[in-house]
Design a protein around this ligand. Sequence first.
Ligand code: SF4
Ligand code: SF4
Length: 241
Amino acid sequence: MSLCEGCHAGCCRSFAVPVTGADILRIERDLGLDFWSFVCRWADPDGNIAHRYAPQFRFEDEPEMPFVVCLQHAESRYFPQTTMCQFLAEQAPDEEHPLGTAHCGIYGSRPAACRVFPAKFNDTEDLAILHDVPSHGRGGQDEVYSLCPRPWTPQDVDPLEVLPNLAVAKYEMQFFHYLAAAWNRAPKAWSLFPDFLRVVYANRVAVQTSREAADDGEVARLAAESAMSVVTASAPERQAA
Ligand code: SF4
Ligand code: SF4
């Protein structure tokens, strides 16, 4: 049985889950959801959410505050005044499971960060290393924020899935860092962010015309800059509407 089966999913309650543009667009497409129904920006003045993993974005309304783009949280049905990822499907506590059980309600479309937890690459990126998961996440010692019931072992992880998942997670987060760099050069309103993403990712497939154009960073930079010009040009129309 998987370590996560029968767990109350403290991980999905404890952490703000940073998402990439690819995660967002996949959830929108697979589940028919609107950006504003599941994405939020979390203020991250201390860098605790970005955690040297996700990019921080700046926005026109609070230019001094760094934000991380994350999944929205919602209040738990069974543990009032605690929150959890809004996609977590909770089952009621019972004698055997005093914290209830829970599973991801969007498992097939879940973000890359969720797919790889608690693994990361080793330095040479040919092995998956399991993080030492702490006993509790945010929320101190509140039991609902307790994490895994025992330490993870290599036998808990599918070796055929974890490395490709880590590679995709790393690639997509790197691409998102490029976008953040382009966006932060001239931050716009948060309301323009979904359009920015749509334009960038729609331009992510190109016919190779030169060696330079095949470079990841260059493609990302060009896509982001073209998106910036589109959202900037459309901003007055939006405000007038
Ligand atoms: S998307 Fe799924 S796996 Fe990720 S935090 Fe939310 S409920 Fe948990
Ligand atoms: S807290 Fe640990 S065991 Fe429980 S669902 Fe999350 S990763 Fe799995």
